[in-house]
Design a protein around this ligand. Structure first.
Ligand code: SIN
Length: 526
């Protein structure tokens, strides 16, 4: 049993910033990482983060807000957009650059040197070559490890949020109002479950891209926080809005690595096997710079017509204006590692699930509908992205809401007394697992395959009622199988992830089925 003021679940940008800010303000913080510190989706982010533009650049909060709203297809929450446009870029500069020292690429004067990206009206993107997320994550890791008021727990997985009355020792507490008081955590090293009691809990567990057969996300993106919040009855919204990135490297049998949008921003062409720039047919005005959902659908349709496994991203037009290897070292190295030379040949690409625009509903300070629970980053839905997300807004959203959540929590701490340990039930394995046997890995793999192919085929880039209904029925059946697993097998990370995945899969399918209107990244042919 551990006690703290603030429990932060998740150690990407949102979680680390919430932890650092809360600790800076005097709170005693426990920060939980699902893997070793630093192995997060944040560290995979290639594109940048919106910061303050250069002095000579014409930009303003209203220009930025207009770009975000245009991407969001009429579904953005205006207050969230205006808050981020007003406060976000300054916080990026003050907190990440000045306070923590993230090594963004610099101009000759030693200031961050912002670049422009597709669908942005100004040069406002801070970046560290094509590995911005990694640079940010390294800096955050250092800051949290050094902070005297942050305890980091690595390789711990969220089992459930600790709520009263759900987890009360005294059945009479069933009459009390619901409150989140921390979490149960699974420790991979010894298979045990520990209880962390906290005055406030911040959910920053990231997204769920791994539920899709093709994804730019790491295999840890299994929707654990969303599923736990759902079980604890938090309000969850916009689950149908899954953003697909048009260009992930296609190598059969290998994970789909992101090939950053900045490549198309700099002039890379999308071509089919015959070398034709097929975007001419789908978006003649904007070509490769059309919104992500338009480009992803165009590729999807092109593949359906041709029967091919991939289209191609041709980087050779960039050679005349920049040094590809120096400018995009991550992309270049990934291609070369697969025996592909981007200076000489088009690179095979497919669209892939990239970002979850929905999530646990929060207010402008990251408060969820459950007392005691805050959320920030991809697991949260601030309303900023609406039905589709503008590139390079996600790291900034995590930064701003992580920071604001910590600010909002600070004055609440002296007024809060967390319950004593004896008021909570000690975590027990699900009843039937006392005599449990390890689950057959083949069955677990097959369940994962089913979830990932079902979501890709039925709740993917192009959806219909018939597909979604089939997916819902199949996942409904699988849910019962997995629940049985959960009751019959000893607790393990793979089982916990499977339990998260099936809950999230059902949330996505249900939301996509109920919403008949194509908007942003939710596209229905019917
Ligand atoms: C990219 O670099 O293309 C991804 C950036 C983002 O999704 O914000």
């Amino acid at each position: 049993m551990t006690r703290c003021d603030v429990l932060v679940l998740g150690a990407g940008i949102a979680g680390c910033v919430a932890a650092i800010r809360a600790a800076d303000l005097g709170a005693d913080v426990v920060l939980v990482a699902k893997d070793a510190l630093g192995m997060t989706n944040t560290s995979w982010a290639q594109g940048g983060i919106i910061g303050l533009p250069g002095e000579a650049e014409h930009d303003s909060p209203s220009l930025l807000a207009a770009d975000i709203e245009a991407a969001g297809a009429g579904l953005c929450r205006h207050e969230a957009v205006h808050l981020l446009a007003e406060e976000g870029p300054k916080l990026c500069r003050d907190f990440l650059w000045s306070r923590l020292g993230v090594p963004f690429d610099q101009d000759p004067k030693g200031d961050p040197d912002p670049t422009k990206e597709a669908a942005h009206s100004a040069k406002r993107i801070y970046h560290a070559k094509d590995a911005t997320g990694l640079a940010i994550q390294h800096t955050l890791n250092h800051a949290v490890s050094q902070h005297p008021r942050i305890r980091v727990l690595e390789n711990r997985m969220l089992v459930d949020l600790l709520t009263l009355p759900h987890h009360a020792a005294d059945p009479l507490q069933v009459y009390d109002p619901l409150h989140v008081w921390g979490a149960y955590l699974f420790d991979e090293s010894d298979g045990g479950v520990t209880t962390v009691i906290a005055k406030r809990t911040v959910l920053a567990t990231g997204g769920l891209g791994y539920l899709y057969q093709h994804t730019t996300n790491p295999s840890s993106a299994t929707g654990d926080g969303l599923a736990a919040a759902y079980r604890a009855t938090a309000r969850i919204v916009n689950c149908e809005y899954i953003q697909f990135h048009p260009t992930a490297l296609y190598v059969p049998g290998k994970p789909r690595m992101l090939l950053t949008e900045a490549l198309r921003g700099e002039g890379a062409h999308l071509v089919n096997r015959k070398g034709e720039r097929f975007m001419q047919k789908y978006a003649p005005e904007h070509m490769e710079l059309a919104p992500r959902d338009v480009v992803s659908r165009a590729i999807f349709q092109e593949l359906a017509i041709s029967g091919e496994a991939s289209v191609y991203l041709d980087l050779r037009p960039l050679k005349a204006k920049l040094d590809i290897e120096a400018h995009f070292p991550t992309v270049y190295a990934a291609c070369v590692a697969e025996g592909l030379d981007p200076l000489r040949q088009p690179i095979p690409v497919v669209p892939a699930a990239h970002y979850f625009c929905g999530g646990v509903l929060v207010d402008l300070d990251g408060r969820t509908s459950l007392p005691g629970l805050y959320a920030a980053g991809e697991v949260a839905c601030t309303g900023l992205h609406g039905a589709n997300r503008l590139a390079s807004t996600s790291l900034l959203e995590g930064l701003l809401w992580g920071h604001r959540a910590a600010d909002a929590i600070r004055p609440e701490l002296p007024l809060t007394v967390a319950p004593e340990a004896h008021q909570f039930a000690v975590w027990q394995p699900p009843v039937e697992s006392m005599e449990a046997e390890e689950p057959d890995p083949l069955l677990v793999d097959q369940d994962w395959n089913l979830i990932r192919t079902t979501l890709w085929n039925y709740a993917g880039i192009i959806r219909s009622a018939a597909r979604l209904e089939r997916g819902r029925a199949d996942m409904g059946y699988l849910y019962h199988r997995i629940e049985r697993f959960y009751r019959e097998a000893p607790l393990s990370r793979s089982l916990l992830e499977l339990r998260s995945a099936i809950i999230c899969a059902r949330l996505i399918l249900k939301a996509a089925l109920l919403n008949r209107e194509s908007r942003g990244c939710h596209y229905r042919v019917d």
